[in-house]
Design a binder for this molecule. Structure first.
Ligand code: SR1
Ligand code: MG
Length: 429
């Protein structure tokens, strides 16, 4: 095999191809004929292998030259592995201990060998199973605050940040996926869209909703024009791994420079969708009420921890070119600094709500849905859960400037979640 020519790995070839890479062999053991290799990729894009040997285990992730979910009719550049590698390095510096350690990177083969988190599971699966995770909200809130603050002009050296913006701006194709699937496709009858048939009347209403379309596009403009910080870029509950008391963040291949509220909004959206999906996973009526309350408490804590940590970093780590201490605290203007912080958090809050809303809408109407809904076999029940999400999503996008706190946002979810079905039985198509 020519190492200079990209070739996808397989269970059969992985041992021979990575066996002589010292950084890998030292983690799992030198005898590659003994390596146990399993392909476990259940995401939309890549090959993912767990490789076990006598010394330990690693994850081997390799980009495919196309979108795995769709097939080779949708080509996708291998360089997304390069962006994931660079994002992981930066996240590890900014939120140490939260993301996998990288053992080896091969740019030509688009392979990253990294730390295997075991016995962690993907949070999305755990949310379907009704499992709670101690300390998770705290880790996620801290991760957001630390990576988003420390990747911005509030913290970074200006020249380094500009170099980073230039580096990630080349991630054109993955950015295009988000620009298209999140902000445009849901609002018209795009080819790749699909939805649960019972939602037809709701979907027709949403696509005729001018206020929603305009606001969703204002959010798209913000996403495209506002290179505020390095985002994870795909921060949903499939990008989080958990045990009962440990939480890790994976998969930043969609990393790009964008608005701070995007990551936080996407995360909260996925918790709200999990909240609405619970009746589809309950053994009996109301059996998941306590679990739903826990999900809302997670949302509240993530946002609260984010604000507290962001404020702490503002006061103690504001070393960038924005709101310089020389201009504020050093002039005796501590209060002005607090005023500016309040304004920034208010902007981030409104962005967070808006991005959460578009994320809920796209995960229901566009190409890539969420397992919590897809796994509900009863179509009418699935449509009911999804319709509740869509109602919240629309409200968040259109009315985000009038929602004053995370308590109010959760109250909206609770009201929408507890009312009688919004789908009329006669509306089945
Ligand atoms: C074609 S990729 C579809 C979605 O999967 C990824 O996880 C991202 O969320 C993307 O939007
Ligand atoms: Mg992913």
């Amino acid at each position: 095999m020519d190492d200079k020519i990209y070739e996808p790995l397989s269970i059969e070839t992985l041992g021979a191809r990575l066996g002589n890479v010292e950084a890998v062999a030292s983690k799992i053991g030198p005898d590659n004929s003994n390596w146990d290799v399993k392909e476990v990729g259940d995401g939309n894009l890549n090959l993912v292998f767990i490789v076990k040997g006598e010394l330990g285990s690693v994850i081997v992730k390799q980009a495919l030259p196309y979108v795995r979910l769709v097939g080779d009719s949708w080509p996708l550049p291998l360089k997304r592995a390069f962006f994931e590698y660079h994002a992981l390095i930066r996240q590890n510096e900014r939120a140490p201990g939260t993301v996998p350690e990288i053992y080896y990177f091969d740019e030509v083969q688009a392979i990253i060998v990294m730390e295997f988190f075991a016995p962690h599971v993907i949070l999305r699966h755990s949310l379907m199973a009704g499992k709670k995770h101690h300390g998770m909200a705290n880790v996620l809130g801290l991760f957001c605050a630390r990576t988003l603050f420390r990747g911005s002009d509030l913290s970074m050296d200006a020249a380094k940040r500009k170099a980073d913006v230039a580096l990630f701006v080349d991630s054109v194709e993955l950015c295009d996926i988000t620009e298209t699937l999140v902000f445009s496709d849901p609002y018209f009858d795009a080819d790749r869209n699909h939805h649960t048939p019972q939602l037809d009347p709701v979907v027709a209403r949403l696509r005729a909703d001018i206020d929603l379309k305009v606001e969703a596009h204002h959010l798209k403009a913000k996403f495209c024009n506002n290179a505020e910080t390095m985002l994870h870029g795909d921060f949903h509950t499939g990008s989080v791994m958990v045990t009962e008391d440990e939480t890790k963040v994976i998969d930043p291949e969609f990393a790009l420079y964008g608005p701070i509220g995007f990551d936080v909004g996407m995360l909260l959206a996925n918790f709200w969708m999990a909240y609405f999906a619970q009746p589809g996973h309950a053994d009996s009526l109301g059996a998941r009420a306590d679990y739903q309350a826990w999900i809302l408490s997670v949302i509240e804590e993530v946002w609260t921890v984010f604000c507290v940590e962001f404020s702490r970093l503002w006061r103690h780590e504001r070393t960038g070119i924005l709101y310089e201490k020389t201009l504020f605290e050093d002039q005796g203007h501590d209060l002005a600094s607090e005023q500016a912080l309040g304004h920034r958090l208010q902007d981030i809050w409104q962005d967070t709500l808006g991005f959460a809303g578009v994320e809920i809408i796209r995960r229901t109407l566009s190409l890539a849905h969420i397992a919590e809904n897809d796994m509900i076999e009863d179509e009418a029940l699935r449509a009911d859960c999804e319709a509740r999400g869509l109602e919240l999503g629309r409200h968040l996008v259109v009315n985000r400037k009038g929602i004053n706190s995370i308590i109010c946002a959760n109250d909206l979810a609770r009201v929408i979640g507890q009312r009688n079905s919004t789908l009329k039985s006669g509306e089945k198509q």
